[in-house]
Design a binder for this molecule. Structure first.
Ligand code: ZN
Length: 492
């Protein structure tokens, strides 16, 4: 075989490979607090994943730290005030409708494009979702949540979809309801939690072993293991606090959870009276909507009430109406979430692996990772060049990448997000040198046109300048995101 034939063969192979979108599996273990691996470790399989990929000391969820809002954030990269799923129980005054986990969950509550629908909008992009906390999902493969379904069963189904000979998926998402269920029943510190964390570790081990047994998946599949929030121990279960004991309920509507309530006044004339009454509730902080601290990113949406009650860690605020008029059986609840997202107990886990990510890398506890950042990381892994804007920071996920130049665009556009200016210069020089080398190679291999040489390097990730150019569009979009937009503003 001549050298020219060899080069052409390589080009053909890499071109075919480049037509197949990268593979990514996202797994959420609900309510997995960031320090469970330390509290209940060593965990064999979480440690194994740590070594073979990247890992963050902790990840900060969005406020409110509730299940449905944070699962929607993971797949859109948006704050709750932006995507509008502002609680696990929501009142929408514009349509006079209510969102409830056990009731109304029509598609109107999920108007934004998600990572799996964006993936489906390109040739050969197919997504599969099992049990994600959401209503009907319209992707190539979908199976709704079933409480009794085992993790093993979900894993087998998902990997079959990846291996489908006719229509394989390239993106998958699995939801598993533990350790949240155990956390609510027993709190984060219990023998039962120890058992549940070991179960989650065994489940992860099953998934990793099944991937390793399949050379195609072992070589190509990227994996993200994460969660929606942490878990806090509840203190005051013997003396429940009821909203109705402090305020005239005829003056308002209350929607939310036991840890954050949105109060909608029937008349704005009552705001000072109601604020005064609510201020008497122990172990809570009351905010007028316009006074909510900016760090919560929880103001600019009509589904957020005139007043917001945030309960102190370890306590709950109940509504008799929410429990059907009967006294809540609080003896069965020892853990909860939804509190301030900066609290350690609300922080959660992040692990990832795959050939685009570094090996055995841990993001230190002085660095910050938010769950709004994960959407952009998934866009990068999946090579999606037209991802919609998000609230995430690409600077936060840059350390995970084997090729950091992929975030070059945003660093140049927004120096404020780059903590080290000299690092940007080094990256720039690397890009320049790589480009010159590619150019020289193209000239030397005179049998192949420069265009073809460039195509080869694109397929094999040797052309950081091209990647940077592609991503600059996306990063600029993300960087230009206006946080105060409301639902439907950009018709995503
Ligand atoms: Zn949850």
């Amino acid at each position: 075989m001549s050298w020219l034939s060899f080069v052409l063969l390589c080009y053909k192979s890499t071109f075919i490979l480049s037509q197949s979108p990268p593979l990514l599996l996202l797994v959420s273990f609900d309510g997995f607090r960031f320090d469970y691996p330390q509290l209940y470790g060593p965990l064999q399989h979480f440690s194994r994943l740590e070594e073979q990929g990247v890992h963050a000391h902790s990840m900060i969820p969005t406020f409110t730290t509730a299940t449905f809002p944070n699962h929607y954030t993971l797949i859109t990269g948006l704050y709750e005030e932006v995507h509008g799923l502002v609680s696990d129980q929501i009142y929408d005054s514009t349509t006079n409708s209510t969102f409830q986990i056990s009731g109304n969950m029509t598609n109107q509550w999920w108007p934004f494009k998600t990572i799996w629908t964006i993936n489906e909008q390109r040739p050969e992009g197919r997504s599969g979702v099992i049990g994600w906390p959401q209503n009907q999902i319209f992707v190539s493969k979908f199976e709704p949540y079933r409480k009794e379904r085992s993790f093993k069963d979900s894993t087998d189904q998902m990997l079959n979809w990846f291996n489908d000979p006719e229509e394989p998926i390239n993106f998958g998402a699995i939801y598993f309801p533990e350790p949240e269920l155990t956390g609510r029943q027993t709190g984060p510190y219990s023998d039962k939690m120890n058992d549940t964390i070991k179960l989650c570790d065994n489940n992860l081990g099953y998934l990793l072993n099944e991937i390793d047994r399949n050379s195609y998946l072992k070589q190509n599949l990227h994996l993200i293991i994460t969660s929606d929030h942490g878990m806090e121990q509840i203190n005051g279960t013997d003396k429940p606090i009821y909203l109705e004991d402090y305020v005239d309920m005829k003056k308002l509507k209350a929607f939310g959870t036991e840890t954050v309530l949105n109060i909608f006044l029937n008349s704005n004339d009552d705001i000072n009276d109601v604020y005064r009454n609510l201020s008497q509730i122990p172990h809570t902080t009351i905010y007028r909507k316009q006074d909510i601290p900016a760090r919560y990113h929880y103001t600019n949406n009509s589904r957020i009430g005139n007043l917001i009650i945030i309960v102190d860690p370890g306590y709950e605020l109940h509504r008799r109406s929410f429990h059907g008029g009967i006294i809540a059986n609080l003896s069965t609840i020892h853990g909860n979430h939804g509190y301030d997202n900066q609290m350690n107990s609300m922080k959660t886990i992040f692990y990832a692996s795959g050939r685009q990510l570094r090996d055995n890398f841990t993001l230190s506890n002085t660095a910050t990772l938010h769950n709004v950042d994960i959407f952009a990381l998934m866009c990068l892994i999946l090579n999606i060049t037209k991802c919609p804007p998000s609230n995430g920071s690409l600077a936060n996920i840059q350390p995970f990448l084997k090729d950091p130049t992929r975030v070059l665009g945003i660093i140049e556009k927004d120096p404020g997000k780059s903590q080290d200016g000299s690092m940007s210069l080094v990256i720039y020089l690397l890009v320049l040198v790589s480009f010159v080398l590619i150019l020289i190679m193209a000239v030397v291999w005179s049998g192949v046109s420069f265009r073809n040489a460039s195509a080869i390097s694109r397929a094999t990730h040797l052309d950081p300048l091209t990647i940077a150019e592609q991503n600059q569009y996306k990063f600029t979009q993300i960087n230009d995101m206006k946080l105060n937009r409301t639902i439907g503003d950009d018709n995503l």
